[in-house]
Design a protein around this ligand. Structure first.
Ligand code: PLP
Length: 344
């Protein structure tokens, strides 16, 4: 096992044993290579570098209570990557190939898979697909290179389940109406950076975007979906400009299983004052509870409306959902929805 202080891991890069690489060219994928060097040899003219012909995924491998290694719903990530690649007009690996390469990456980097005892830590997998042939004109790349990167990670922001303050920046969008918001393409993240940097300077952990067409409804955060709890309901936005989060899908299933009502529907901004619990959800930490949500007409000005949820801890209903998903991921309860793919 690698010499790592597993309890101190954050969401950041650690060099692991290998990255895996395969390229689609002349109608077929090349044999998967294991590279010990993270640096690629790539044409300076690759479409990924000029026109953001790039999409990616994020999923995790966990060591379970029984010692077995589990991937959480990797087929869903594979399907989402295929959708993102179709949006960009490039070739993506099949679901089966994607899952096989994920398993191979975990096995080659098992030294970096945190032990079961460190509950907040896991091996994060970053499947990445780039347009890689030399080109000058704006067009979908004929050749695409698929990389499987991985890194051991801990809590994304602060400790797991520490509540955060977030901001609605009404004068910024991460995605255009009828644009790329529902796909996991790198360009969306570039578009979120300016507002995210300003928000960070102001002490906020994340930016919550409104629907870009009308600015009347909640969309999602820069790197996670939005959910709220009201009474016995789990409420999450329905919108064409948000990423279909696999964590959110899973939370909806668990909420219904636990007897909650699941409402996926447009969520008007005015409803923010009626929620009992609000949170971010995503692969990084499953749930990050939101403490203060600040709505600013201009991110750069002082005018604001503040909504406060709970007392800085995770609310009881969010915590119950969080514990359920974590228990499945860590092999502590039965995988009754068939979400786990074993690596070994
Ligand atoms: C913009 C955005 N929304 C939502 C999510 C959550 O998706 P998932 O639960 O599949 O990780 C992510 C990534 O984690 C994201 O980058």
């Amino acid at each position: 096992m690698a010499n790592i202080d597993w309890n101190k891991l954050t969401f950041s890069y650690t060099k692991t044993n290998t990255i895996l690489k395969t390229t689609f060219k002349d109608g077929a994928w090349t044999p998967v290579e294991s590279l010990t060097d993270d640096y690629l040899s790539l044409s300076s003219y690759a479409g990924a570098l000029h026109y953001a012909i790039e999409c990616f995924e994020g999923l995790k491998a966990f060591r379970g209570k029984d010692g077995r290694i589990r991937l959480f719903r990797p087929e869903e990530n594979a399907k989402r990557l295929i959708r993102s690649a179709q949006y960009l007009g490039i070739e993506a690996p099949s679901v089966e190939m994607f899952v096989d390469i994920c398993k191979k990456a975990v096995l080659e980097n098992e030294d970096f898979l945190p032990p079961y005892e460190v509950s907040g830590a896991s091996l994060y997998l970053r499947p990445t697909l780039i347009g890689s042939n030399p080109q000058l004109g704006v067009q979908s790349s004929k050749e695409s290179t698929f990389l499987l990167l991985c890194s051991p990670v801990g809590a994304y922001v602060g400790g797991a389940l520490d509540a955060v303050d977030v901001v609605i920046a009404r004068n910024y969008d991460r995605a255009a109406p009828n644009g790329s918001g529902a796909f996991k393409v790198g360009g969306n993240y570039a578009c979120s950076l300016r507002s995210l940097n300003i928000a960070h300077e102001q002490g906020y952990k994340a930016v919550l975007y409104l629907d870009p067409a009308t600015k009347t409804h909640i969309d999602e955060f820069n790197s996670s979906n939005f959910f709220a709890i009201k009474g016995n309901s789990y409420i999450t936005p329905k919108s064409d400009s948000i990423l279909p989060s696999i964590t959110n899908m899973s939370l909806e299933t668990v909420a219904a299983h636990l007897g909650m009502t699941v409402e996926r529907r447009p969520v008007p901004v005015e409803e923010l004052s009626t929620f009992e619990e609000v949170g971010e959800c995503g692969t990084a930490v499953v749930i990050t509870p939101v403490h203060k949500l600040v709505d600013k007409p201009f991110l750069e000005s002082d005018e604001e409306t503040v909504y406060t949820y709970g007392d800085g801890q995770c609310g009881p209903k969010s915590l119950k959902l969080y514990n359920y998903i974590k228990a499945i991921q860590r092999g502590e309860i039965e995988d009754e929805f068939g979400w786990i793919v074993y690596v070994d």
